[in-house]
Write a protein that binds this ligand. Structure first.
Ligand code: OOG
Ligand code: NI
Length: 477
């Protein structure tokens, strides 16, 4: 017990940190998904083999990950995705994720890609919390307002209004968290068990096969959200350090990946995020029968995905990324069956030759965010200098170094590609009505954070911290 803790009331001491509850939850979720979808387990093993080989071949990458505090968590790092049906579900999931130290960051409008949802990512936001466990959940809300058929909209809304996706104990514990400022050990363990239930797969549907088919014909996504008791986790995504190697190795392990990797091409300096997935599995479902008993059918929903994360881009870098990606996609479209995949990859690589591919260039041109830290030389020289110099000067003298800040978020075009692949969609039908961030935030009961602000703040904090370390013990001029 330290001096600070001595003065605190007993109850406070027993509170489990949200970062720890998140770790418990992420592990529990992974174990559950492993038993539910064995191919996920196979993919996790493949990724961990390839990560180990990549690190062994690239000591510089290993050092950078270590300095960023990302090495230890690499084996447990992942994101998941769920799709919700009602505004009330979104409101409550925000409260549930807050207990796990996860908050809504970013707004993604998927309607432009023909998927009737809008989304956010729940994730830790503080540097320290990200280092402890960066678990993220891409969370979508179905937009029934985009469905033209009035009868289907009504029916979907009615079915959804009858379900309760959280256990009453889970919601009680959320209230304890909100009122008391935390959960104790027993409550935290219980909370993880109760909340896990929300994300479980249900082999029995809420609706008859006829209703399912009707929903399915309107949009496969509506059937997936509406027909079940809860928002089953539809994938969990481990982080790989070499996505091309995993993509090539997948078929040898009996896993069939989608045709192309979403996001930027392979580069020396990875940017943003690259993702690929394997196709959703066809699973047996017991549908309700009109009178009594059940009728058997199938549903395709759950898949696997991997991601490789790179540096977070500034608004300027992101604009360049969006422009180059759009120009490649204008020229070559890949369909769900993978036609023209090779051409697309070549085109993408050619377009991205215009994107600087050295860390120093990315920094000098203000395209990416970096974390600054003092070098041993800088610390040794501490106090011997007359005055502190500019950032560039300190870098030039080798007193400071910089490492890329990892992108923690998602990309709308990539997310659309993942949706389309696992829903087996080909079309890019546009919904007339567009982005509706206000409605999303109203349902959520909070504003979503702007991810760019978070990266800018992380960079600035690192500069302030590094300069303080270099100058500690003497006056800053
Ligand atoms: C989510 C698809 C998007 C990602 O990583 O971009 C996604 C979903 O299919 O529900 O997971
Ligand atoms: Ni995903």
């Amino acid at each position: 017990m330290n001096a600070l803790e001595k003065d605190l009331p007993d109850a406070f001491l027993q509170i489990v940190h949200p970062d720890e509850i998140r770790s418990l939850f992420s592990t529990a979720m992974s174990n559950m998904y492993r038993t539910e979808v064995p191919q996920y387990g196979a993919l996790v093993e493949l990724v961990s083999e390839i990560n180990a080989a990549t690190l062994a071949n690239d000591p510089e990458l290993e050092q950078a990950l270590r300095r960023n505090g990302e090495l230890d968590q690499l084996g447990v790092e992942r994101h998941g995705a769920i799709r919700l049906g009602t505004t009330e579900e979104l409101f409550n999931i925000r409260r549930v994720f807050a207990v796990l130290g996860m908050h809504p960051v970013g707004y993604y409008d998927l309607s432009v890609a023909g998927v009737p949802v809008h989304s956010t990512a729940f994730r830790p936001v503080e540097d320290e919390a990200l280092r402890r466990n960066p678990f993220r959940v891409f969370t979508s809300l179905l937009r029934l307002d985009l469905i033209e058929d009035h009868a289907i909209r009504e029916e979907a809304a009615r079915v959804l209004s009858e379900r309760q996706i959280f256990t009453s104990r889970a919601l009680e514990l959320v209230e304890v968290f909100e009122n008391e400022g935390g959960l104790d050990r027993t409550q935290a363990d219980e909370f993880v068990r109760e909340v896990l239930d929300t994300f479980r797969w249900h082999g029995d549907a809420n609706v008859t096969l006829a209703t399912y088919n009707k929903l399915h014909d309107a949009h496969r996504l509506i059937a997936d959200v509406v027909s079940f008791r809860g928002p089953h986790i539809n994938h969990l995504t481990p982080r790989t350090l070499d996505i091309d190697a995993v993509q090539v190795a997948m078929p040898k392990h009996g896993i069939t990946p989608k045709a192309v990797i979403e996001g930027p091409p392979r580069r020396n300096c990875p940017i943003l995020i690259r993702q690929t997935s394997f196709k959703a599995l066809k699973e047996r479902i017991e549908f309700r029968a009109a009178n009594a008993g059940s009728v058997e059918g199938t549903h395709t929903a759950r898949f696997g995905e991997i991601e490789q994360r790179g540096v977070a881009l500034t608004p300027k870098g992101r604009a360049l990324y969006d422009e180059l990606l759009a120009s490649a996609r204008r020229n070559i479209q890949v369909d769900a069956a993978g036609a023209y995949a090779g051409n697309y990859e070549r085109e993408l690589a050619a377009r991205f030759e215009d994107f600087p591919d050295r860390w120093s260039e990315l920094r000098d041109q203000g395209l990416a965010y970096f974390r600054y830290s003092p070098t041993p030389e800088g610390l040794a020289a501490m106090g011997q200098e007359e005055a502190l110099h500019s950032l560039d000067d300190l870098l030039g003298r080798g007193y400071l170094r910089f490492d890329p800040i990892t992108y923690q978020d998602f990309l709308p075009v990539s997310a659309a590609g993942i949706f389309q692949s696992n829903l087996g969609m080909n079309e890019t039908q546009n919904y007339a009505e567009r982005s509706n961030r206000e409605a999303f935030e109203k349902a959520l009961g909070a504003k979503v954070a702007n991810e760019l602000d978070l990266y800018a703040a992380a960079q600035q904090n690192s500069i302030t911290g590094a300069l303080a370390q270099l100058s500690s013990g003497r006056q800053t001029p």
